[in-house]
Design a protein around this ligand. Structure first.
Ligand code: SAM
Ligand code: DTB
Ligand code: SF4
Length: 334
């Protein structure tokens, strides 16, 4: 049974279970609702890099911090499509394009992104974008172009949000998520562990996600990648048990969502990652780069999959209907 009425007390109780019990319960839920041998393989591409006006204190792309990121204007459509083809050939089924924008503006750059979305969709991959804040009209235009999913993270609890970002509000984030939903686009929304938040903040964020009228179809759990020049560069390395708790709790609260073990895998061993899969993670970003920071290579990940007996999940697979290609906007409503 999928629930949207989780209380803080119930979530606390789950999150604080003895670790083995927590992982066992999460693994049980995972096996009940999903094919536990399958892991979704997604590829990220930064189509517009750096120079962002926001002050997200974890982010290497914020213009105000002095990081090693080089500003790059919006890429050309053909260049993006050739990256997408490479990702597809390597076995990726979801292609996510990220732009270091505060919000989408109605200009030629947006028109070009719409063309990219169309192109990637026509290649038979699930297309995802993460472009900052969106209006309902912009979300609809993306949907019409063939967008499958939109990523927009809450990052942390509403209480802690102001410590991490001051240039926009939690409500701004929720409003964009609402606009994405209204356009019938699949929602990808999660957060980051390691920002300096408390366990209570993590539980509060999970509650916000798990009490949405419809759970996000994907829930990325990122471990902070501390980047030199950002205010969080000296934050303590995220402890693997915290990642496991977060993933397992997300899995129990949102049984059918894809829980993505996202940023931070380069500092996790194969056994650490195995625990995360055991706890219900069933999606990763593959390819040697996330947006601006390193990630394990495709080959390393495929070796890991072989060793663990995991297999990449097919594209457009939902509720047991396989090979269900969504080439038109009308069919994207999940
Ligand atoms: N600019 C858009 C936005 O903020 O929504 C889209 C791109 S932004 C880089 C996407 C997400 O990447 C952020 O919401 C955050 O969760 C994640 N992220 C950025 N920097 C990170 C870091 N250093 N470690 C972990 N996650 C990070
Ligand atoms: C998400 O939750 N994680 C991805 C994706 N959504 C856009 C981004 C991770 C970025 C890590 C830092 C970087 O590479 O710049
Ligand atoms: Fe800009 Fe997004 Fe980075 Fe924030 S997370 S600084 S909005 S690119």
């Amino acid at each position: 049974m999928i629930r949207n009425d989780w209380s803080i007390e119930e979530i606390q109780e789950i999150y604080n279970l003895p670790l083995m019990e927590l992982v066992y319960r999460a693994a049980t839920v995972h096996r009940t609702y999903n094919d536990s041998h399958e892991v979704q393989v997604c590829t990220l591409l930064s189509i517009k890099t750096g120079g962002c006006s926001e002050d997200c204190s974890y982010c290497p792309q914020a213009a105000r911090y002095h990081t090693d990121v080089t500003v790059q204007a919006l890429m050309k459509k053909d260049e993006v499509l050739s990256y997408a083809q490479k990702a597809k050939d390597a076995g990726s089924t979801r292609f996510c394009m990220g732009a270091a924008w505060r919000e989408v503006r109605n200009n030629r750059d947006f028109d070009r992104v719409l063309e990219m979305v169309k192109g990637v969709n026509e290649m038979g991959m699930e297309v995802c974008c993460t472009l900052g804040m969106l209006t309902e009209e912009q979300a609809q235009k993306l949907a019409d172009a063939g967008l499958y999913a939109y990523n927009h993270n809450l990052d942390t609890s509403s209480e802690y949000y102001g410590e991490i970002i001051t240039t926009r509000t939690y409500d701004d984030r929720l409003e964009t998520l609402d606009n994405v939903r209204k356009a019938g686009v699949s929602v990808c929304c999660g957060g980051i562990v390691g920002l300096g938040e408390t366990h209570e903040d993590r539980i509060n964020m999970l509650r916000t996600l798990a009490t949405m009228p419809q759970h996000p179809e994907s829930v990325p759990v990122n471990a902070l990648v501390p980047v030199k020049g950002t205010p969080l560069e000296h934050n303590q390395k995220v402890n693997v048990w915290d990642m496991v708790r977060m993933i397992a709790t997300a899995r129990i609260l949102m049984p059918k969502s894809m829980v993505r073990l996202s940023a931070g895998r380069t500092s996790m061993s194969i056994s650490d990652q195995t625990l995360c899969f055991m706890a219900g993670a069933n999606s990763i970003f593959a390819g040697d780069k996330l947006l601006t920071t390193p990630n394990p290579s495709f080959d390393e990940d495929m070796e890991m999959f072989d060793m663990l007996g995991l297999k990449p999940r097919a594209a457009f697979k939902e509720d047991g209907c396989d090979h269900h290609h969504h080439h038109t906007a009308a069919a994207t409503t999940a």
